[in-house]
Write a protein that binds this ligand. Structure first.
Ligand SMILES: [Zn+2]
Length: 500
């Protein structure tokens, strides 16, 4: 089965921040999990590089837009690498292959009769690079997202007949109730459609920094149409000499932030209909990360959590874990350095890290460095039986936070098991030798099974631990708690989460 998942592409007029990291990590967890299950996964991320805001930022710095785009695209690539994100391709919308394919698809939209020339006049947010319709404008004529004043703009544009897709979009939403998830964002998108769609500007006449309109070279495409098409165009050139569209299109999941809901849940399906392309299965909308005080992060409030600071101090897996653990996926959540430290100390170091080092130390000491090859504790095993299926079901509904919670309950269960069985007591009496062996076989097996399930969240740490347990395999069917201890030879393990 093929599984095609995308993040939004990041706009290169700014620096990478925690929101970018969060979206990439959550998408990566879903992609890695699907790979564990043997699905044919393609995971795309990248950068959005055209449009007015990039041209303006470059002009302010006295450089060419291309130079700015190159520089900032590199920063986003580096962030993805540091987050250990397993994307299969990194698209840049300035890739010539992307530009050619955008022209090809939009020319088809034009020939299909969905485009006309007209005068556009409206309230425009330069930061969004978007005209705002009356019912979304904030009091005082402000952008609903940036809360900055809108400007009155008018120009001759090519228009996309979005209004003519109203009925088809309403039908799509009726037939696919999980087209947009979670539900409150589905309702928000549908009510936007129900309020009546207006045609939207497809091109810009004043701007040079964009993809040229093939039937009118004095215009470039409006950056959003160029950007949205990345999800499709990437498949046509991500692998040299190969067209992956038959294999992966349509996308299974587009993961996006709620600030770009309208583009992905209204414009995008309409554009695909106009181009006679299949529609994605789901658009998953995550929330915003807020400062620890619950307010929007801003430098002036001093509540910004810098992903690089967390990475430097606690490491990649700790950041991945923290964001998936602390912010319910799909909702807004407050984040801060103090909370990172608490999760690190109490859960990663004391619960998981300590379970790992205790288990390995006891196996080294009491059973000669081998996980006993004896029957595991069937009562304990029964508490783990349903776990892999539960985790898979929850992740199929794009809920990495809930899945992590289910796994973490078992991490805690194993710690309680250590206390209940007190292997150090059992080791004192030869009569308890069998019980000691059963205990250590069960602990080794439980630790191995939860680590396979934690692998998508913390790939480096779990690989180290599974290696030390002598069972490096991370395929999903290995998450089952076996009836027998593995018999594997363990090897020494440095603390997984050292004291900071
Ligand atoms: Zn705006």
């Amino acid at each position: 089965m093929s599984f095609y998942i995308t993040t939004a592409i990041d706009y290169v007029n700014a620096q990478p921040h925690l929101g970018h990291a969060y979206e990439k990590i959550s998408t990566d967890v879903l992609a890695r999990h699907k790979r564990q299950r043997g699905e044919d996964v393609f995971f795309l991320t990248g950068t959005d590089e055209h449009g007015e805001p990039v041209a303006d930022a470059a002009r302010d710095q006295g450089i060419e837009p291309r130079v700015l785009a190159d520089r900032n695209a590199e920063r986003f690539k580096k962030l993805a690498a540091r987050l250990n994100v397993s994307n299969d391709f990194f698209i840049r919308t300035t890739d010539p292959q992307h530009e050619t394919m955008v022209q090809e698809v939009l020319l088809r939209v034009y020939r299909n009769g969905h485009v006309y020339k007209g005068i556009y006049e409206g309230w425009y947010c330069p930061r969004c690079a978007d005209f705002k319709v009356e019912n979304e404008i904030l009091e005082g004529n402000l952008c609903p997202i940036h809360e900055i004043p809108l400007t009155r703009e008018s120009e001759e544009n090519w228009f996309f007949r979005l209004s003519s897709f109203q009925e088809r979009l309403v039908r799509l939403y009726a037939e696919q109730p999980d087209f947009v998830m979670p539900r409150h964002h589905y309702n928000e998108a549908l009510s936007f459609i129900d309020s009546g769609l207006q045609d939207v500007s497809l091109s810009r006449a004043k701007l040079k920094w964009g993809v040229q309109v093939p039937w009118d070279p004095s215009h470039v495409f409006y950056v959003w149409f160029d950007a949205l098409l990345n999800y499709y165009t990437a498949l046509t050139y991500a692998r040299a000499g190969e067209d992956l569209t038959a294999r992966y299109w349509p996308a299974t999941y587009h993961v996006i932030g709620k600030d770009i809901l309208k583009f992905h849940t209204v414009y995008w399906p309409a554009l695909l209909m106009a181009a006679e392309l299949d529609l994605p299965h789901h658009v998953f909308v995550h929330g915003f990360l807020l400062g620890a005080d619950g307010r929007k992060m801003s430098k002036s409030l001093g509540n910004v959590l810098d992903p690089f600071e967390v990475l430097d101090q606690f490491g990649t897996d700790a950041l991945r874990f923290y964001l998936m653990r602390d912010v319910p996926f799909g909702a807004d959540g407050a984040v801060g350095m103090a909370a990172v430290r608490t999760r690190y100390d109490t859960e990663l170091a004391n619960e998981y890290g300590n379970l790992a080092s205790r288990t390995i130390a006891m196996i080294a000491r009491y059973t000669n460095g081998h996980i006993p090859d004896v029957a595991t504790d069937s009562a304990l095993a029964s508490e783990f039986d349903v776990l892999p299926a539960e985790v898979a079901a929850v992740l199929d509904r794009a809920d990495p936070t809930r899945a992590l919670d289910l796994i973490w309950h078992r991490v805690r269960r194993l710690n309680r098991y250590v206390e209940e069985r007190s292997p150090w007591e059992l080791a004192r009496s030869p009569d308890d030798a069998d019980r000691l062996r059963e205990t250590l076989a069960s602990l080794g097996e439980g630790l191995r099974a939860v680590s396979v399930l934690l692998h998508p969240y913390m790939p480096e740490t779990t690989e180290r631990l599974l290696g030390a347990l002598g069972s490096p395999a991370t395929e999903f069917d290995r998450a089952l708690f076996a009836e027998h201890g593995s018999g594997a030879r363990i090897s020494p393990l440095e603390p997984l989460f050292p004291k900071q």
